[in-house]
Design a protein around this ligand. Sequence first.
Ligand SMILES: NC(=O)c1ccc[n+]([C@@H]2O[C@H](COP(=O)([O-])OP(=O)(O)OC[C@H]3O[C@@H](n4cnc5c(N)ncnc54)[C@H](O)[C@@H]3O)[C@@H](O)[C@H]2O)c1
Length: 249
Amino acid sequence: MRLDNRVALVTGGARGIGRAIGRRLAEQGAAVVIADIDRAGAEVAAKELEVAGWKALGYCLDVSNSGQVSVAMRSIVQALGSIDILVNNAGIVGEEHPVHEMSDEQWHRMMDVNLHAVFYCSRAVLPTMLSRKWGRIVNISSVAGKEGVPNIADYAASKAGVIGFTKCLAKEVARYGITVNCVTPGLTDDTEMARSFTPDQRASKVAKVPMARMATPEEVAAVALFLASEEASFVTGAIYDVTGGRSDY
Ligand SMILES: NC(=O)c1ccc[n+]([C@@H]2O[C@H](COP(=O)([O-])OP(=O)(O)OC[C@H]3O[C@@H](n4cnc5c(N)ncnc54)[C@H](O)[C@@H]3O)[C@@H](O)[C@H]2O)c1
């Protein structure tokens, strides 16, 4: 799984699942850029990796801003030579509302951060990956995008969009040494999303899981690491569940 001489960029890497992914990639030798809208959080997460003896850089970036993404990717490639691995992990959850009560603002913000950003970031790294004939794009979607969940149609639709985008882009770039895959976690512990639920809500979500617990960020990171590695050389356009058996297809 060694990722020596690879540059990886993890969006939303300041905390939660993204932070665990950044750690796994860094410990395997990649230079890891933690790109997050939370500047202080990105710097702390990068510092933690550096203190452990690995290569890391914190970068303040709002992935929902197309112009900012283009500038950031260009300057990171200039500084570090390439971006070989992109993990599109940054994401938000909105308030729960039935569709007939959901505002335009909530819907559009969700699409901007969870779906449009995946397009902006992927588009911006593709020229360097195409020129090097090697690249890994790993998109963090959600089981909600496969199953549908009432009152979060915005979130589930954005995550279903990420799955569709993954499959299209994977086919587009398959002949150029670039793989594009997706991870669909279920409820994952030690994240803001898990903390946002009441104990009753958490219990009802865990009740859907055959393994009867939440995922850990490290379990999601392990799958992302595999997809980012040389080991996954013939895997593209795939959707990997990390749901403890919840997802049926
Ligand atoms: N936690 C879960 O149970 C769960 C389940 C399935 C899928 N996911 C997905 O996993 C990913 C990570 O989730 P998490 O639970 O670790 O989230 P989190 O809220 O703990 O962390 C998300 C990170 O993204 C950053 N971020 C938010 N908006 C951003 C923006 N516009 N630009 C850049 N960074 C931004 C935040 O600052 C934060 O550091 C998300 O895409 C989420 O939808 C999470």
